[in-house]
Design a protein around this ligand. Structure first.
Ligand SMILES: [Zn+2]
Length: 353
């Protein structure tokens, strides 16, 4: 077969050639699930394009427009990715999303699974594979999104918060914290339309994840991998490596291995006005020096907001480049660090010499 047909309705059929199909398989691109199946003749099974199993050798693969065509060639459906369930899965996810959107409270996984006729554990996986989020996280993200939308329309913040379905304002702020890291418009839809290049690279501080949009670095962290990006930016295109990204990456590695002034490296982060003020102040702390949370709060324009300064510090999505490790307790003790105090200690040690 030279090509497979996209979609089940002939009217919008679009041709996918074998090279494109193979590339989709290599990327485990979920967007192609349901558009063709991958027949693997060495194992006698067929998979959806996004199957998480190890990739077969290209020479053993043929593509089919449907599971039925693959079965006609004597292949069996993969038990891991269940390629014949794509449309059933899609329908189940859509009706669960519908339920989440229309229900007043917060529907629990068990109820949603029952509604669509899946076991809870299986439905959790299906839902996550499709949306990048668990149903609970999806419901939470939806409420946050509604709160943001309402905030732009409502005069009174508390009205907006109740309108979005939060029980009380403090829960709203708990939920909003630590969720930022992209421009608001992209964040609103989980990064849809945004391409994020990333790499996980070895450093002397352990494995480091660096991710960037075309505007700048949007995530720098330790001991995290692609799964964390999928969680934070479920609708973004994730691309490993890339030529321009490599140049940026080497600068970032240099800034981590020999910490100094990294302010020339572009960032793509967005927080609340106060968080951004805090992050700006953090970037002004010269290497080799530290500040207390109280000093940062004052510098960011609100001396009383010491706790909020601490939260903004913790909500930093770009470690090292926004040097939250340069903030210590007022008594001079080290204080916490998202990736462990050992890394914080080591960064400060390198900067002081
Ligand atoms: Zn499979």
């Amino acid at each position: 077969m030279d090509a497979t047909q996209r979609g089940s309705t002939g009217a919008e059929a679009m041709m996918i050639n074998d090279d494109q199909a193979w590339e989709a398989v290599m990327r485990r691109d979920r967007a192609f699930d349901g558009q063709f199946v991958t027949g693997v003749f060495s194992t006698g099974i067929y998979c959806r394009p996004s199957c998480a199993a190890r990739h077969p050798a290209r020479k053993n693969v043929r593509f089919f427009a449907s599971g039925a065509e693959a079965r006609a060639e004597g292949l069996r459906a993969c038990k891991r990715c269940l390629p014949d369930d794509v449309s059933r899965d899609e329908a189940a996810v859509l009706s669960a999303i519908d339920e989440i959107k229309t229900s007043q409270g917060q529907p629990v996984l068990g109820d949603l699974a029952k509604l669509v006729g899946y076991s809870p554990a299986h439905f959790q996986r299906v839902f996550k594979r499709s949306t990048g989020l668990s149903p609970a996280a999806y419901a939470r993200a939806l409420r946050e999104e509604r709160a943001r939308d309402a905030l732009s329309h409502e005069d009174r913040v508390t009205d907006a918060i109740y309108e979005a379905g939060f029980e009380n304002p403090s829960r709203f702020y708990d939920n909003m914290e630590g969720k930022l890291g992209m421009t608001a418009s992209a964040w609103r839809d989980g990064g849809r339309g945004v391409t994020i290049s990333y790499a996980v690279t070895k450093t002397s501080l352990g494995p480091m994840l660096v991710a960037a949009t075309e505007k700048g670095v949007c995530r720098l962290s330790f001991s995290e991998d692609r799964a964390e990006l999928e969680r934070r930016f479920p609708n973004a295109e994730l691309a490993e490596g890339g030529e321009e990204f490599r140049a940026l990456l080497s600068e970032v590695i240099a800034a981590v291995e020999k910490p100094g002034d990294a302010r020339h490296i572009p960032l793509d982060v967005q927080g609340t006005a106060f968080q951004e003020a805090v992050w700006q102040e953090l970037r002004k702390i010269p290497p080799g020096e530290t500040r207390s949370y109280a000093e940062i709060a004052a510098a960011a324009g609100n001396p009383k907001a010491v706790r909020a300064a601490g939260s903004a510090n913790g909500a930093n999505t770009v470690a090292v480049l926004i040097p939250c490790h340069r903030v210590v307790r007022s008594d001079g003790s080290l204080g916490g660090y998202a990736y462990g105090t050992e890394i914080k200690e080591e960064l400060l040690k390198r900067e002081s010499t």
